[in-house]
Design a binder for this molecule. Structure first.
Ligand code: ATP
Ligand code: MG
Length: 412
């Protein structure tokens, strides 16, 4: 029997692990530039944290949550996303007295979906939440942060920002009833899922990828016609801010996002490079979430991005890394290896031992392990204190004193 990980989960190692770390570092650096502070919430919560807040009509709550009863009989859920957990955390820790709160997080999320490339049952998200600012400047700031992240990873030419507004509650009520009367005329032609959505969450029909729904969606009324003046003005200011900052975007009037807690600005960065898993970062404004969880009425806006998909997008050859192999040419030199490699590391020079094999085998291994240099210690070196420094890229080899050796390697 071959031991396999659970369907939809996988081990992350090698290049993928390297890309994950790279992405996380770019993200932490970008978030810090905007003065977001890190928060780490547990990977499971009481089920109620997600159930009511994400919405009973949402795909996540209906069919994707990993919910189980623990040994104390409590219903717990592996977190399917980060925003509800962060909202719970800022209430639990009484963090809302000092606003605005600017938080960032990164970690594994869990959804029971059909696994495919870029879609897993355990995946990694990172995200930011800007809590306590009711004005459009916050929406602009979180979008600017996303855009800067993509620029820092050199991905800005592979993604496209799609933007929409779903207005305030009044505008949404108006739109919902216009939408229902539109779709009711064709309810028999809708997909089965969308017939259910028509009752539970009609806005979600716009999200449907079912070909049966597509034609009916194309003729659906536009949200912009239901926006009241206050909502329209809010959105105009977001658009103006993006233009001012030269952040390119496309208006997408069909973008609604799947969760109940959103209002006003909703957005998604998409890519054409990943097939149907085309969303890499998404988010929006959530003015009622914290209050609905029992906290004081506090607005928020934020986004989450998928590390797994970004790693696929970023896929690029490993950059040659500076690493020095320390090799004994004769048995007598072996006692010198550990002290030398330790001195190199004390000097911040990445270095390694090869552990086994004669000199020529060790050189081959060092090359295969992508080392940039090798230091050879032989009979002469023991007597004269000189070391052979080999540069794999051009095959050159020079004889240097310890001091020169450290100087040369530090310069690299
Ligand atoms: P999709 O429409 O692809 O299902 P979503 O709207 O459910 O995405 P969000 O809940 O907004 O996604 O999550 C934010 C980001 O997390 C997505 O843009 C995507 O990059 C990533 N993501 C979501 N679900 C998965 C998954 N099952 N596997 C890998 N990444 C995911
Ligand atoms: Mg989804």
């Amino acid at each position: 029997m071959k031991l396999q990980p659970v369907r939809g989960t996988r081990d992350i190692y090698g290049d993928e692990a390297r890309l994950f770390r790279e992405i996380d570092q770019h993200f932490a650096k970008t978030a810090s530039l905007f003065d977001f502070q890190e928060i780490e919430t547990p990977i499971f919560e009481f089920t109620s944290v997600f159930q009511r807040t994400l919405g009973e009509g949402s795909d996540i709550v209906n069919k994707e949550m990993y919910t189980f009863e623990d040994r104390s009989g409590d219903s717990l859920t592996l977190r399917p996303e980060g925003t509800a957990s962060v909202a719970r955390a800022v209430i639990s820790n009484s963090m809302l007295r000092d606003l605005p709160l600017k938080l960032f997080y990164s970690g594994p999320m869990f959804r029971h979906e059909r696994p495919q490339k870029g879609r897993y049952r355990q995946f990694t998200q990172f995200g930011i939440e800007l809590i306590g600012v009711p004005t459009p400047v916050a929406d602009i700031e979180v979008l600017a942060c996303a855009w800067m992240f993509f620029k820092n990873c050199q991905l800005s030419d592979k993604v496209q920002l799609e933007l929409n507004t779903i207005g305030d509650a009044d505008s949404r009520d108006q739109y919902r009833s216009r939408l229902v009367s539109h779709f009711e005329k064709f309810s028999k032609d809708l997909s089965e899922d969308s017939q259910v959505r028509l009752k539970s969450n009609p806005l979600r029909i716009l999200d449907s990828k079912d070909p049966k729904d597509q034609a009916l969606i194309a003729d659906a009324p536009l949200f912009s016609d239901s926006l009241n003046p206050a909502s329209q003005q809010f959105f105009d200011q977001v658009v103006e801010g993006l233009n001012q900052l030269n952040i390119p975007f496309q208006l997408n009037s069909k973008l609604v996002r799947g969760l109940d807690y959103y209002c006003h600005t909703v957005f998604e960065f998409t890519t054409t490079h990943l097939g149907s898993q085309n969303a890499v970062l998404s988010g929006g404004r959530y003015n009622d979430l914290i209050e609905s969880m029992g906290g004081p009425s506090t607005p928020g806006v934020g986004w989450a991005a998928g590390t797994d998909r970004l790693a696929l997008l970023l896929e690029k050859p490993r950059t040659h890394h500076q690493n020095v192999a320390v090799i004994a040419a004769v048995a007598e030199a072996e006692p010198l290896l550990l002290p030398l490699v330790s001195e190199l590391r004390d000097n911040n020079i990445a270095s390694q031992l090869i552990y086994s094999g004669n000199m020529s085998k060790q050189l081959k291994k060092a090359n295969k392990r992508n080392c940039s240099h090798a230091i050879l210690i032989g009979e002469d070196e023991i007597q004269s204190g000189q070391y052979q420094l080999k540069h794999f890229a051009d095959g050159s080899q020079i004889s240097v004193s310890k001091q020169e050796l450290l100087r040369k390697l530090k310069e690299l």
